[in-house]
Write a protein that binds this ligand. Structure first.
Ligand code: NDP
Length: 314
């Protein structure tokens, strides 16, 4: 294995990673950024971003990420393709293995690896993977023009995905396990006023069926209650929108995390319990998970990294 030493290593290329890259690049820290499992991060699988300040008409998620990348490149950031597959944070410089083959030794490390969509854990989700099951409406919605689909979840993501799918599909069922939506009021209104969307409150999806791909979903209404009902609904596509899991597994032996795996940082700072190691964006944020909050924490991590390098004469 070949080793390379860098002053600042950034893992992940969402708003947190790119913002950290812009700031550390501008501060002449010669940062190296690895794009990670999803180049551009989660925004590349959304359609329109309407709430990122500075875009009065909104901006496409992919477009926004391309702009951030260009801005980072302008300040000399070295952007590389690769996934961090192992970490040794036992002592500085911190060692990160990329693609199981190359080890980077970093004086400072900014972890901005984001979070990945969760699945229900049904066997049928695996069975029908790529055959009607998806966790990304904007990636796969196109295949369901004039078809019937179901979205699982009651948060903002589920509502956003259901609204998007309703613009393509003939009918969208929103499967919500509670008797209310957790999503913001504006998203709830969009859902409840959309004639193509039918919300199935107090429903759980327990399985899928179909010969050559998804043809329907097995539903349970008021699961575990005396008046529980079980029935099937014919659908062509099954979309998961039930939250995300932070991509923090390789750091587990070294950093404090909550039960879901979100990295715990010191107060409102991106500092982890290891000096010189910072966590920014969704990997450390179970609460806000917005592009703008991720960008802000990437900025904070960059400033912290710069201070750390100065303090340690690195
Ligand atoms: P959330 O955690 O907010 O919502 C997850 C939803 O999935 C909940 O309704 C939850 O149900 C349901 N769920 C979780 N596990 C299961 C399961 N096993 N079976 C059935 N249902 C399940 O995640 P989101 O991804 O929607 O949102 C994450 C964050 O990002 C939020 O803060 C949200 O506001 C934000 N966001 C903002 C957007 C915007 O402003 N444009 C767009 C998208 C997200 P229950 O309520 O019962 O727990």
């Amino acid at each position: 294995m070949s080793n390379e030493r860098v002053r600042c290593l950034i893992i992940g290329s969402g708003p947190a990673g790119y913002t950290a890259a812009i700031y550390t690049g501008r501060a002449n820290l010669s940062p190296v950024l690895y794009e990670g499992i999803q180049p551009g991060g989660q925004l590349t699988i959304t359609t329109e971003v309407e709430n990122f300040p500075g875009y009065p008409e909104g901006i496409g998620g992919t477009e926004l990420m391309e702009d951030l990348r260009k801005q980072a490149e302008r300040f000399g950031v070295e952007i590389r393709t690769g996934i961090a597959t192992a970490a040794d944070l036992s002592q500085a410089p911190y060692k990160i293995t990329i693609d199981n083959e190359k080890v980077i030794e970093a004086d400072t490390l900014i972890i901005s690896t984001g979070a990945t969509a969760k699945y229900l854990g049904l066997e049928d989700e695996k069975k029908y993977a790529g055959m009607g099951v998806s966790a990304c409406a904007t990636c796969d919605g196109f295949f369901y023009r004039k078809k019937v689909v179901a979205v699982v979840g009651g948060g903002d993501t589920a509502c956003e995905e259901a609204t998007y799918l309703a613009s393509l599909a003939s009918k969208v069922y929103l499967i919500v396990r509670k008797n209310y939506l957790r999503a913001s009021k504006i998203m709830q209104e969009r859902i409840l006023n959309n004639p193509k969307i039918e919300v199935l409150f107090e429903h759980n999806a327990v399985g899928l069926y179909g010969e050559n791909g998804v043809e329907g979903v097995h539903l349970v209404k008021r699961m575990g209650q005396p008046d529980e009902e079980r029935y099937d609904v014919a659908i062509d596509g099954f979309f998961l929108a039930i939250g995300h899991k932070p991509n923090s597994d390789i750091f587990k032996p070294y950093l404090d995390m909550d039960e879901t795996g979100y990295i715990i940082t010191e107060g409102a700072t991106p500092r982890t319990k290891i000096p010189g190691v910072f966590a920014a964006g969704d990997v450390a944020d179970p609460h806000y998970r917005q592009a703008i909050t991720a960008a802000a924490s990437g900025c904070k991590a960059a400033i912290e990294a710069e201070r750390y390098l100065i303090e340690h004469n690195l």
